[in-house]
Write a protein of this length. Structure first.
Lengths: 113, 113
């Protein structure tokens, strides 16, 4: 297993466009997390899944954000009608249920112009 | 409001032991403490996790006093490659049975030759 992967690594989009990011977790991990991180800040929790069920969404996750994890494997995070304030690194992490240790992907850096 | 507090930055020299302390005064009984390392343009990487007393692995030690209101990450004999940002995370389940993830703002460690 090569760890958590994310695609794309970088995305530049114009304000108002929709973007979708993909995360492939470590195969035996049933928990998957999405975070957002801006420069000089720690990761901000957005949402997490246990298998295919989305168990929690942060208040940071506005209606323009949606995440899915069909079949409990990979996950997608979509941002609709992007705004400049959405520019950030979007991190995905996975873990085994009951274990606090999260394994992070390399992140997708989004720039909204 | 629960939060974790850690120094913004630290300087050290190669071969020295570095201790980074995180304050988490409102830690709950079932919360765990985890430390992560992050290099620029990469996702955080797990270093060590603990609940109480002392935990040691091949890269670091974690000291947690009896009241658990702080924790200290100890990096023995640092090298230039240990220059990174180190995050303290307090995790558990909150009163609403939701996942609690309280990240610090990170400590930027600079190791000098």
């Amino acid at each position: 297993d090569t760890g958590v992967s994310q695609d794309p690594r970088h995305k530049i989009t114009k304000r108002g466009q929709n973007v979708t990011f993909r995360c492939d977790p470590i195969s035996e991990h049933n928990r998957l997390y999405w975070y957002r991180q801006t420069l000089g800040q720690g990761p901000e929790f957005l949402t997490y899944f246990q298998n295919e069920a989305q168990l929690e969404k942060s208040r940071l996750l506005s209606d323009r954000f949606s995440a899915e994890r069909p079949k409990g494997s990979f996950s997608t995070l979509e941002i609709q009608r992007t705004e400049q304030g959405d520019s950030a690194m979007y991190l995905c992490a996975s873990s085994l249920e009951g274990r606090g240790e999260q394994y992070f992907g390399p992140g997708t850096r989004l720039t909204v112009t | 409001l629960a939060k974790t507090t850690q120094p913004i930055s630290m300087d050290s020299y190669e071969g020295q032991e570095v201790n980074i302390t995180c304050s988490h005064n409102n830690i709950a009984t079932n919360d765990y403490i985890t430390w992560y390392q992050q290099f620029p343009s990469q996702g955080p990487r797990f270093i060590i996790q603990g609940y109480k007393t002392k935990v040691t692995n091949e890269v670091a030690s974690l000291f947690i006093p009896a009241d658990r209101k702080s924790s200290t990450l100890s990096l023995p004999r640092v090298s230039l490659s240990d220059t990174a940002v180190y995050y303290c995370l307090v995790s558990g389940i909150n009163a609403g049975n939701n996942r609690k993830l309280i990240w610090g703002l990170g400590t930027s460690l600079a190791v000098n030759p």
